[in-house]
Design a protein around this ligand. Structure first.
Ligand code: URA
Length: 430
């Protein structure tokens, strides 16, 4: 087959800050998926995009080309509207776990395609896989079946969905090109649009533990994604939320499932409950379901029932004991004072080092690994008080994790307490 372009000409155009044409974009995404454009050429183009940007037309076309690289899903005959949520990733962000069954219990259908841990951030699928028997990989028919029977399904995206993104994402991860707004926006939205939900709520994180540390960039990412969604006919809303401090009291896999169960039982940490309910309300509003307060469904057990049904439908045993790490280590305050800082990034890196995340993409995660913190930013503590507990199956990992945590949980004077970001910073879109 004769190719319409030479990859080097497309790279040079973006390197020299020229706009790519629609046809160049269609070709380069398709040719990369076919293996005609080599990894080194695509990584060079990704770097040129990171450095020189793309305009709205280019981002929209790039997203369309990634969608066209694979199949588009649809969920006919469900009898209820479909709505999905996507988080850009954070530390202790277990919200999807209680949220999907909660929204299902309130009358919407939630087809939730989720990912694995990335860098210092945890992955929903890694957390759920700590439940004995639970399967992340479902065929499209199985996914539809669980959605029809239970109202919520959380699973991995199949190979047929946006294959161009799968290939490009793995390349960006190892070429320093993850943090480009056009590439993040098109990566997330190509999968979400191809997935076929009628509405989408985006949780765009900002702060030290997020990929977009600067709130202004988080806002730009949010508005880019909202526009892509709306252009594709998907009712899209974004909340910009805090990730300066980790969410809840745990970062890891099984320990985050445990905390999610507390939320589903009507308890749990206040910030996790508040964000779960806020996102649930926006999701229900975006598909026109009103008159149902999701707080009631958490408190009266309906959300827990939906969770158990969802876990069982995917082979898991919701009543089984969760795995526990072989070793634990307590970190105590060396002086009295105040927790001046509880830093999301440092806690995330510590959990990752303990084995909750991967060093290489083929690594397995440890189900029991992670960090539990017992204090919040601003709390008064006494010398010797327990600040955090570290968990791992491989205790040789403790020293490095403890070093990260020493910088992440700081005890000092009241005057030095770092001001926290509000949990929900802004809303973009309808
Ligand atoms: N999540 C994605 O799916 N893609 C990105 O580029 C970043 C986060």
């Amino acid at each position: 087959m004769t190719e319409r372009y030479a990859a080097v000409d497309v790279i040079v155009a973006k390197r020299d800050r020229r706009e790519l044409t629609d046809d160049q974009i269609d070709w380069v995404v398709d040719a990369y998926t076919r293996g005609v454009v080599a990894d080194e050429q695509m990584s060079s183009l990704a770097m040129a995009i990171l450095l020189n940007g793309m305009n709205r037309r280019e981002i929209s076309r790039w997203t369309g080309a990634m969608i066209a690289s694979g199949e588009r899903m649809s969920f006919p005959g469900l009898g209820r509207p479909t709505v999905d949520k996507h988080s850009t990733g954070g530390v202790g962000d277990k919200i999807t776990l209680p949220l999907a069954p909660l929204v299902a219990a309130c009358g919407a259908a939630v087809p939730q395609l989720s990912g694995r841990g990335l860098g210092h951030t945890g992955g929903t699928l890694d957390k759920l896989e700590s439940i004995p028997g639970w399967r992340a990989l479902l065929s499209n028919d199985e996914m539809l079946g669980v959605l029809r029977d239970v109202g919520a399904v959380i699973c991995a995206a199949g190979d047929g969905l946006a294959p161009a993104d799968k290939k490009l994402y793995a390349l960006r991860d190892v070429t320093g090109t993850v943090e480009a707004i056009p590439l993040i926006a098109s990566s997330i939205m190509s999968k979400k649009i191809a997935e076929g939900a009628s509405a989408l709520v985006l949780d765009v994180k900002t702060g030290s533990g997020a990929f977009m540390k600067d709130p202004a960039l988080a806002r730009e990412l949010a508005s880019t994604m909202v526009q892509l969604g709306d252009d594709a006919g998907v009712h899209t809303t974004a909340l910009i939320t805090a990730m300066d401090v980790p969410l809840g009291r745990t970062a890891g896999n099984a320990i985050e499932v445990e905390e999610s169960l507390e939320i589903l039982a009507g308890g749990g940490p206040a910030d996790v409950r508040e964000l779960t309910l806020t996102l649930a309300r926006v999701m229900l509003e975006s598909v026109g379901i009103d008159g149902t307060d999701p707080a009631d469904a958490l408190d009266d057990g309906r959300a827990m029932d939906a969770w158990k049904a969802m876990i069982r439908a995917q082979g898991g045993d919701p009543e089984a004991a969760l795995p526990v790490a072989a070793e634990s280590h307590e970190v105590r305050a060396v002086r009295s004072g105040f927790v001046t800082r509880l830093d999301a990034y440092g806690v995330g890196v510590a959990a990752w080092r303990l084995g909750a995340g991967r060093a290489r993409k083929e690594d397995a995660v440890q189900a029991g690994a992670g960090v539990r913190w017992h204090v919040g930013q601003g709390d008064r503590v006494e010398a010797g008080q327990l600040l955090a507990t570290l968990y791992t199956d491989t205790p040789e990992r403790f020293p490095a994790a403890m070093a990260d945590l020493a910088n992440a949980i700081v005890v000092g004077e009241a005057a030095d307490i770092v001001e926290r970001l509000p949990l929900v910073i802004d809303r973009v879109g309808r």
